[in-house]
Design a protein around this ligand. Structure first.
Ligand code: FMN
Length: 365
């Protein structure tokens, strides 16, 4: 079946010229038809949940129940509710997303809309906005109700330092809001590149990973905990953290988060303003880092026999790219930036698989 093209003729479903709050209230900006999905034929088991496929959306693009509902209908079977805090928080003002040159290395250069999905790369800087616990309790429940059979949802949470309790305890409080709202899978974001160093680089410290993860695991059991982590300088440093996570009772590792780059305009001035010199780069430019992370993490998990599932994200912008992540050790392959600019990404994948199977069947006859 032919799925119509989307980008660049159709706009992204998240409007980067509008504030986060406007996108949350009025988005997703999607008025097209949802093409029919082929009958799911290869279900998988993920941490006790049967899923129609291994395709998902990581934390970020799905702002609330309306967004979750659309992504699920578009064929993403493991969807993530955007990171919540233990209290309402507005996040950063505009700009929150700008296009950057996909060839950027260390320094990301702002550029115009590339109008070509292959190199689609942006920086995202939101500061993890969150709705109030009261809103979340209802909206997370509503999001769950919007899923079809054999789909599941992760709720992403983050702690905030200096909230009158320890940083770890605030993580636990955010996770308990998710649990009270009926979350069946919880992910703790230990790696946001757009907040203070203490919050954003938690994932690199094995002792802190053990201590924070252990406290969350104990508070939410039996709900499985997944950790969201970023890139590591060496395989050894990744190995220490994976072992610490497994020891703490964590069941899944999702990586990579956006990669922090200094973002500048054409005059080499900070493109997001003086207060945000660096921010997370996502999309095509980080694909190699994501694949290398997955291969290394997968090797360590097998060698050390760690009880961890891998969720891969970072750089999937075309439907023929999901399989490389699954072949590199990921149980689930997820797209954030790609699905915002091409909401038909998962449906393209599902139909391509059917077409490939039909072709190989007719060749074997
Ligand atoms: C708009 C946007 C918002 C994001 N917000 C979050 C977030 O709240 N929590 C989180 O763990 N990751 C967040 N991310 C990071 C993504 O989950 C993902 O790790 C990263 O974008 C790499 O995947 P991609 O190349 O498919 O975009 C966000 C990404 C985008 C594009």
């Amino acid at each position: 079946m032919h799925i119509p093209e989307w980008y660049p003729d159709q706009p992204a479903i998240y409007d980067i010229n509008k504030s986060y709050a406007e996108n949350a209230s009025h988005g997703p900006f999607f008025q097209a038809e949802i093409p029919k999905r082929p009958e799911p034929s290869s279900p998988i088991d993920f941490l006790g949940h049967k899923l129609n496929s291994a395709l998902g959306v990581p934390a970020g693009p799905l702002l609330n129940a309306n967004w979750i509902s659309l992504a699920a209908k578009l064929g993403f079977d493991l969807v993530t509710y955007k990171t919540i805090r233990s209290f309402a928080h507005p996040g950063h003002a505009l700009p929150n997303m700008i296009y950057v040159d996909p060839k950027s290395r260390d320094l990301a250069l702002a550029c115009d809309d590339p109008r070509n999905i292959d190199g689609l790369t942006l920086t995202n800087s939101f500061g993890m906005p969150s709705k109030s616990p009261d809103f979340l309790l209802q909206d997370i429940e509503k999001a769950h109700r919007s899923l079809a059979e054999d789909q599941a949802m992760i709720v992403s949470v983050v702690g905030t330092p200096n909230q009158g309790v320890s940083f770890a305890q605030d993580f636990v409080q955010a996770a308990c809001i998710a649990k009270d709202a009926g979350a069946k899978l919880i992910e703790a974001n230990f790696s946001c590149p757009n907040v203070g160093k203490e919050e954003g680089q938690l994932y690199t410290n094995p002792e802190a990973v053990y201590q924070f993860a252990h406290a969350i695991v104990q508070a939410i059991r039996p709900i499985p905990l997944i950790l969201k982590i970023g890139v590591f300088p060496t395989p050894e440093s990744l190995s220490y953290v994976l072992e610490a996570a497994a020891r703490a009772g964590v069941r899944g590792i999702c990586g990579i988060n956006s990669v922090a780059y200094r973002v500048v305009d054409q005059k080499e001035q900070p493109a997001l303003g003086e207060k945000r010199l660096s921010s997370g780069v996502c999309g095509a430019a980080i694909r190699n880092e994501a694949l290398s992370f997955l291969r290394t993490a997968s090797k360590i998990i097998h060698k050390e026999k760690l009880n961890l599932e891998l969720l891969g994200c970072g750089g999937i912008v075309k439907s023929d790219q999901f399989d490389e992540y699954l072949e590199s050790g990921a149980k689930i392959a997820m797209s954030a930036t790609g699905m915002m600019w091409d909401p038909y990404l998962a449906l393209r994948y599902h139909w391509n698989r059917i077409d490939d199977r039909t072709k190989s069947h007719s060749l074997s006859l």
